[in-house]
Design a protein around this ligand. Structure first.
Ligand code: KIV
Ligand code: ZN
Length: 527
């Protein structure tokens, strides 16, 4: 559901994942990882890639230099403080770039100037002029940033911006360095600068917002509504402290709400999920499940009401399609909130077509399982329905079971089976709980079958996973295998064993009919 206004203004997307993002604690990437991220950013249509801070380390220098040589479409940018050494190192790193940009910054807020820089405003103003002029010796594309701009006195900020433009800056960035501003205030700040600073029209204004109060994206959008034409952002919103404005959120907000945000970006939004996964893998920063656009729950629905709505019309609960951000499809997550309609639809997707009664039974058992298990995977549902189908045809069924296990033997099993409509119970001991169960089954259903295989594996992950047990029985040349799943391994074992016996009965029955002989082995009525 995208809405496009008659006329849209293009917004420059400046990605700083490899600089501000990589700067955040623990997000360090190797050169190879940075090259891979840069290539993807270029392919997806990012206009400017801030590749690093060349003076910071030899590794950063090498990364900026390599990215500069390899990226052919996007502008490649390096960051530099106000010193000559910083700017020269940055210029050097960008030498191989087709479109190089130097991004140079200095703090302008009273608190930063006094405590961090220990400089008077007049000195800072002079440094602004000098840093931009020096950067211009390397490239015509110079961006100047007023660090901590949102806590800077307006009069002084205007003078700094004026000086930077006069010295040759073509982009003026107004960072909310500490994530302090709110949308109305940031909007007013751009309006004030664009109206008051002489020659403001000679530069492009840019937003750069941090997310300390969770408003980085909202503030960035307020900035472009006020006249800024560049947004600085990062994939997954990684960055210093709480991070930067998330690129994927900016892009999709603009794409989805064209009616109130009459802008466009050059980003191929279908690559957003891929970019998110790549950056998450490279930085080892997990993406929060409920993260907008790229979180794994962003297109997942569990509530019964929502799933029902989605099945009737996807726009009931989705404002963008999963395909538009590179997700294959919406997922209706099966859990305790899922309703009958979603369950039926899931069964259909898995290839099952159950009658009304079987469906009702399977649904009730699914609900019971969902109460005990956090995540229900397709395999869980398959195991559950396979069992459901078996219970409709089986002649022996497990009714109840109680097992006493532990270090103090012997282990005992009390078992009740429904044998062709009659409940029969027995108690037995064994060498371990499984042996006790199998001996109990043998007592209730005497047979000569030999246990050839007993295997347990978890259907899905986690300690609450369902156990799937396979049992193979052999008797007089007949070999049958049955599987059963249950969160309780012992119950699954009993069901699998009984399942195998049921299969033996059917095989025998066929043989009996074929050979017109009397029943043998299992002593069950009618067999
Ligand atoms: O947040 C900030 O102020 C910065 C500048 C270096 C642009 O990242
Ligand atoms: Zn920043």
């Amino acid at each position: 559901m995208t809405t496009s206004p008659a006329e849209t203004t293009p917004i420059v997307i400046f990605d700083t994942t490899l600089r501000d993002g990589e700067q955040s604690p623990g997000a360090t990437m190797t050169l190879e990882e940075k090259l891979e991220v840069a290539a993807l950013l270029d392919e997806m249509g990012v206009d400017i890639i801030e590749a690093g801070f060349p003076i910071a380390s030899d590794g950063d220098f090498e990364a900026v230099s390599e990215i500069a040589k390899r990226v052919k479409r996007a502008t490649v940018c390096g960051l530099a403080r106000a010193g000559a050494k910083d700017i020269d190192r940055c210029g050097e790193a960008l030498r191989g770039a087709v479109r190089p940009r130097i991004h140079t910054f200095i703090s302008t807020s009273p608190i930063h100037m006094k405590f961090k820089l220990q400089k008077e405003p007049a000195e800072v103003l002079e440094m602004v002029r000098a840093q931009v002029e020096r950067a211009r010796k390397y490239t015509d594309d110079v961006e100047w940033s007023a660090e901590d701009a949102t806590r800077t006195e307006h009069e002084f900020l205007c003078r700094c911006v004026e000086t930077a433009i006069k010295a040759g800056a073509t982009t003026i960035n107004i960072p909310d360095t500490v994530g302090y501003t709110v949308p109305e205030e940031y909007f007013a700040m751009f309006r004030m600068l664009i109206e008051r600073v002489p020659n403001a029209d000679k530069a492009i204004f840019s937003t750069h917002c941090h997310d300390d109060l969770g408003m980085a994206v909202a503030n960035s959008l307020a900035g472009i509504r006020a006249g800024a034409r560049q947004i600085e952002c990062t994939i997954n919103g990684i960055g210093e402290r709480a991070g930067n404005a998330a690129l994927e959120e900016i892009v999709m907000a603009i794409k989805t709400r064209g009616d109130v945000l009459p802008f466009t970006t050059g980003i191929d939004s279908t690559m957003l999920t891929r970019a998110s996964k790549l950056v998450s893998a490279a930085t080892s920063f997990p993406v929060q499940y409920n993260k907008a656009i790229v979180g794994r729950n962003a297109f997942a629905h569990e509530s019964g009401i929502h799933q029902d709505g989605m099945l009737k019309h996807t726009q009931t609960y989705e404002i963008m399609t999963p395909e538009s951000v590179g997700v294959a499809k919406t997922s209706l997550v099966m859990g305790k909130h899922s309703g009958r309609n979603a369950f039926r639809s899931k069964l259909k997707e898995l290839g099952y077509d159950l009658g009304d009664n079987a469906l009702e039974d399977a649904f009730n058992r699914f609900k019971a399982l969902a109460d005990r298990k956090k995540v229900i995977y397709d395999e869980d549902i398959e195991a559950l329905v396979d069992e459901e189908i078996a219970t409709f045809t089986d002649r022996i069924k497990v009714v109840s079971m109680m097992v006493v296990a532990g270090t103090q033997g012997p282990q005992t099993a009390s078992l009740t089976l429904d044998i062709e409509g009659t409940e029969r119970s027995v108690q037995s001991t064994g060498n371990g709980p499984i042996d006790a169960i199998f001996v109990a089954i043998q007592k209730l259903v005497p047979h000569n079958a030999v246990l050839e295989l007993y295997q347990v594996h978890a259907v899905t992950e986690g300690t609450d996973a369902q156990a799937e047990v396979s049992v193979r029985l052999a008797e007089d040349g007949r070999v049958v295998t049955a599987k059963a799943a249950d969160p309780d391994t012992l119950v699954a074992s009993a069901k699998a064993y009984v399942g195998a016996l049921n299969k033996l009965i059917i095989q025998r029955q066929r043989q009996v009919v074929a050979q017109a002989r009397g029943p043998e082995g299992l002593r069950l009525k009618g067999v």
